[in-house]
Design a protein around this ligand. Structure first.
Ligand SMILES: Cc1cc2nc3c(=O)[nH]c(=O)nc-3n(C[C@H](O)[C@H](O)[C@H](O)COP(=O)(O)O)c2cc1C
Length: 410
């Protein structure tokens, strides 16, 4: 992304090239899933409005699904990439228990020293093989999932924006609702870098240019959803694979895009403009309410020759997505203070967000309490943290209940 001048260069390869490739490039990832009988293809013609989500609901938790034939669109839709932890583990070539540890390992060197594997920016990459002449979001198979959703949503695309003061790019995911063929409204929760950047530009009454990257694979995707790690956290994705992940220059905005994305939507966030966004069926199982929110105007759409559109189904796959990354963050931070920490799991019952189980090697009585205290500090949304011994199966709710409820004298 930059020459790396601001960072120490980190060169230790963490991962063999074939694994790195499928963690960077979603097409490679889909190929890998297929070769391992972990992809389900739906060949029948389906409707992106409601029907796709209806079928996805029935298949939730199994193999990721590729809808090959979406009405009024030439592009297939992938859903469920993250809804099965064992399959996510296979993409990392690791047992599911180790995925968050691999992410945590990548956070470490970047967070401590801002060590970077600099990313190149090239003119041409797969993501701009085709430059669409007609800017029309309705030509993309963007699904409408839940009955009361306010519109079709991009719900898994990574937004890249530059900090207007430092020029350093940041990546994050935001739900974005299509309102016109070249217009989106979107949600920025409090304490987001994107919100900070928009605020600076609104004071200048200028638009904030962004790229919206649809269909990137798990390394840059997971890095994008790591909260509050400072801008420039795209470097963490490079650490995850031990390789520089390439960017391309956009056509109309001075913001890079992931070279291996399936689609890139170039846009500007309009200053001081708000339009209705929502409702949206959220990961908690409730609808997020509608309100007047930020607006993007699309300036260009580029894509691969044979792109796969990536969508996410609110439910298990978001619990896992948030779960893996929050576990990584909690693990990295708690381990610093409590070396006896062995594992962290954010169970589905807490939506992968609000409840954690921390596993410790109990070599003295206070280890569990210390781990609980540090976990709350590491991840603010937590409402409940349980500490268990190493003989408890983190993934088994009955075992966790057993550990919680058994009297100490047993
Ligand atoms: C599937 C998914 C959807 C998300 N949608 C939003 C959203 O609509 N608005 C938002 O502010 N954060 C959303 N997030 C969370 C942010 O992307 C995430 O916290 C990110 O790390 C924020 O980056 P930042 O700390 O660099 O600002 C979403 C996360 C996931 C996994």
């Amino acid at each position: 992304m930059d020459s790396g001048e601001n960072y120490k260069v980190f060169s230790k390869p963490l991962m063999p090239a074939d694994i790195a490739k499928r963690l960077i490039d979603l097409s490679e990832c889909v190929k890998f899933l297929e070769e391992n009988n972990n992809l389900l293809r739906v060949k029948a013609e389906i409707e992106a409005v409601h029907e796709l989500a209806g079928i996805a609901k029935k298949l939730e938790g199994g193999r990721p699904v590729l809808f090959e034939n979406v009405k009024r669109s030439s592009f297939p839709v992938l859903i469920g990439l993250l809804w099965n932890r064992d399959i996510v583990g296979s993409i990392f070539n690791a047992p599911k228990e180790e995925v968050s540890l691999l992410i945590a390992e990548a956070i470490g060197p970047w967070q401590k020293n801002k060590e970077a594997i600099p990313s190149p920016i090239i003119e041409k990459g797969p993501a701009n093989e085709i430059i669409e002449s007609d800017i029309d979001l309705y030509k993309l198979p963007i699904p409408l999932h839940a009955m009361k959703d306010g519109g079709r949503y991009l719900d898994s695309s990574v937004v890249i924006a530059k900090n207007p003061e430092t020029g350093v790019a940041n990546t994050s995911i935001h739900r974005m609702m299509v309102t016109k063929k070249d217009r989106l409204t979107f949600l920025v929760d409090p304490d987001r870098h994107l919100g900070d950047f928009v605020e600076i530009m609104e004071r200048r009454n200028q638009p904030l240019p962004v790229t919206i990257n649809n269909g990137i694979s798990l390394a840059p995707w997971f890095a994008a959803i790591l909260p509050r790690l400072g801008d420039g956290k795209y470097c963490i994705a490079n650490h995850m694979v031990g390789n520089p992940i390439g960017f391309i220059k956009a056509q109309t905005v001075d913001v890079p895009a992931y070279a291996d994305a399936q689609f890139v939507i170039e846009a500007e966030i309009l200053p001081n403009v708000r339009e209705e966004e929502g409702p949206f069926a959220e990961v908690s199982g409730y609808y997020g309410s509608s309100d007047k929110r930020w607006v993007m105007k699309v300036k260009a759409i580029t894509r691969r020759k044979d792109p796969i559109f990536h969508s996410l189904f609110s439910g298990q796959e978001v619990w896992n997505a948030v779960g893996f990354t929050a576990e990584a963050k909690i693990f990295a931070m708690v381990k610093e203070k409590v070396p006896q920490l062995k594992a962290v799991y954010l169970a589905p019952g807490g939506c992968g967000f609000y409840g954690a189980v921390v596993q410790v090697e109990k070599d003295d009585e206070d280890v569990g309490k210390a781990a609980i205290r540090e976990a709350f500090k590491a991840f603010e949304p937590l409402q409940q943290v349980v500490a268990v011994d190493t003989d408890v199966n983190l993934y088994d709710p009955i075992d966790i209940d057993w550990a919680k409820t058994l009297p100490v004298y047993c």
